[in-house]
Ligand binder design. Structure first.
Ligand code: NDP
Length: 372
């Protein structure tokens, strides 16, 4: 095994030939790899052991500052499997009826709610009232008013409330934001966000208005709404939107199949976006300014994200999104770290206000003002 001594010997042997020896960050040495992290760790319970909850749990195994220590689930067989796989003690296992008792559990700091959309509000509020920090999946609620009630409940309970916006920590995304802030693209004029996939099983909760709160917009179109805001770096002032439904049997009343929407921003930029449940391979962002451009495809999938700008390919390394997200969220909760792009509950409410206006614009056919 290479040791730090080997490393330093190699370095001193080659230092003569190096015109410049970069300052040695501990993270880049073997010693850093050998020294276990000893700082604070966020102890997390996952609520809802479905497909995304499973992905988050797997990713958390590589986290430094966050650890899966508990579960909330309605399926006892899954609880058993997770207990065995992640070494979760019985006293950290709850169901949807009894999880308010988490209040008395000193070994759990935060709950990550990863259930169908309609359950987020009541579950987040119960977790907050139990005095635990909450992370909640997108969309945080079915509309902005519900989201605001969740933000208020968390404030009242004095707990932190974060949204699982993993792209807010993704390195290529952050590089584009850095370039934009540095003026590399000049005046930002246009954003295009294409988000969609072909949805299967007609009986799943995503196609049930009561549980999903809508259709593709709530599930995947939210990435274009959220992405337009962080790529342009402003809040939109108006929206227009149009809906197309080719299969009313599968996409029932209140469950949108395809929505195209446009947004205007105070600095003059416009956005043109598509959200759909009937087309595959739609995962693309494009940002255009008067001095340059950025494009990403895939732009919000699990990655690796690929992107380039007028300056060339983006080469930031890929890491599992949920691992970075949970480490960063632990730093936000435990150390008050400020993320480049916010992930607090208010951020989730901002997206829902825009989505409320998009759904309204589909009905009215008019330009809906967001300034009010
Ligand atoms: P799944 O259907 O795979 O899992 C949801 C889980 O919630 C179920 O397995 C179940 O877990 C629990 N649950 C509780 N009540 C119900 C109910 N009435 N119907 C169905 N499930 C119930 O969904 P996903 O994991 O794909 O999505 C969950 C959330 O995560 C959604 O809000 C979604 O938008 C979000 N998501 C976010 C992604 C991201 O990249 N950020 C990606 C995918 C999803 P149990 O058996 O343990 O009770």
């Amino acid at each position: 095994m290479n040791t730090r001594r080997d490393f330093l010997q190699k370095l001193s042997a080659s230092a003569f030939t190096l015109p410049f020896v970069p300052s040695l960050s501990l993270a880049s040495t073997d010693e850093a790899k050998e020294t276990p992290y000893q700082g604070p760790v966020l102890r997390v319970a996952i609520c809802g052991l479905g497909s995304y909850g499973t992905r988050v749990a797997e990713a958390m195994q590589s986290c430094k500052m966050a650890k899966l220590v508990g579960v909330i689930s309605g399926t006892p067989s899954k609880v058993k499997d997770w207990q065995a796989k992640y070494n979760i003690p019985e006293k950290n296992c709850y169901n949807y009826e009894n999880f308010d008792k988490i209040k008395d559990n000193k070994d759990i700091d935060a709950v990550y709610v990863i259930t169908p959309n309609a359950l987020h509000k009541p579950q987040v509020i119960r977790v907050a009232q139990a005095g635990k920090h909450v992370i909640c999946e997108k969309p945080i609620a079915l509309n902005a008013a519900e989201g605001q009630a969740m933000v208020d409940a968390c404030k009242k309970a004095n707990v932190k409330f974060l949204v699982g916006y993993r792209m807010h920590f993704e390195p290529k995304t952050l590089e584009i934001i850095r370039l934009r802030n540095a003026g590399e693209f000049g005046k930002v004029l246009f954003f295009q966000g294409l988000t969609g996939f072909r949805i299967g099983d007609p009986n799943q909760w995503r196609l049930n208005k009561e549980l999903a709160g809508g259709g593709s917009m709530m599930d995947i179109g939210i990435y274009a709404v959220n992405g337009a805001r962080y790529m342009i770096g402003e809040e939109p002032s108006w929206v227009t939107a149009q809906e197309v439904k080719t299969n009313p049997e599968k996409f029932k009343e209140g469950v949108d199949e395809t929505i195209t929407f446009q947004m205007g921003f105070p600095g003059g930029a416009i956005a043109s976006c598509l959200s759909t449940y009937t087309m595959n391979n739609l995962d693309r962002f494009f940002l255009n300014g008067d001095k340059g451009f950025a494009e990403m495809q895939p732009s919000t999938g699990y990655g690796p994200i690929k992107g380039r700008t007028h300056l060339g390919e983006l080469t930031q390394p890929h890491n599992t999104h949920q691992t970075i997200q949970m480490d960063e969220m632990a730093a936000i909760i435990l150390q008050g770290k400020k993320p480049v792009v916010p992930v607090d509950g208010e951020e989730g409410v901002r997206d829902l206000k825009i989505m409320d206006a998009i759904y309204k614009a589909v009905k009215t056919g008019k330009k809906e003002d967001l300034k009010a």
